[in-house]
Design a binder for this molecule. Structure first.
Ligand SMILES: [Zn+2]
Length: 185
């Protein structure tokens, strides 16, 4: 005899675990008011760290999907920072993953076609620098972000590569609040 949970499983209706039931369709955690993100979320599987600044999470117990992102409202009096956790469907997860893959492909294609048109040679480290931009899908990175992506015992090696890329007009340097930034393209 089939139990109720068996027949639910057959219909593809997921049974939520106690934690996900408690979250319901979503949750706003106001960090600026001293609220904290539930610990349980640390155990969730991260399916995607999007360049659009959100994460896709899956509950390890019941498989419910959530989108997690931070909202910062800079209003002086009523400003707040909140972490938004929002249940999403499996279909939406697939759609967001597809979007992310498309962005990545487009970005990489654009960078490579631009580099090709420059007709210059790159050292292995210079290639790694370019790969760091593609991995992060960002056109501009600070010296700190670059150093984090390309950990080197000798930081001057990285600096040399960045200077060389700037000389080849692959990167453009700028200064933002005293921190050096490098923009690709
Ligand atoms: Zn769950």
């Amino acid at each position: 005899m089939a139990t109720r949970s068996d027949s639910r499983a057959r219909k593809g209706v997921k049974t939520k675990c106690a934690f996900c039931l408690r979250i319901g369709s979503g949750l706003s955690v106001y960090l600026s008011r001293g609220q904290t993100v539930p610990r349980e979320l640390d155990q969730f599987t991260v399916l995607l760290n999007s360049v659009a600044n959100y994460n896709l999470l899956r509950c390890p117990d019941c498989g419910t999907y959530f989108k997690k992102y931070t909202v910062t409202d800079n209003e002086i009096i009523n400003g707040y920072v909140s972490v938004e956790i929002e249940e999403i469907t499996e279909e939406r997860v697939r759609e967001l993953r597809r979007l992310e893959a498309n962005w990545k492909r487009r970005f990489s294609r654009r960078v490579h076609s631009r580099l090709k048109s420059l007709r210059v040679d790159f050292t292995p480290l210079e290639h790694e620098v370019i790969a760091a931009y593609i991995a992060r899908q960002q056109e501009e990175l600070s010296i700190y972000e670059l150093a984090q992506s390309l950990p080197r015992e000798d930081r001057s090696e990285l600096q040399k590569a960045l200077d060389a890329l700037a000389a080849k007009r692959v990167l453009k340097t700028s200064e933002l609040q005293g921190i050096r930034h490098y923009r690709i393209l």
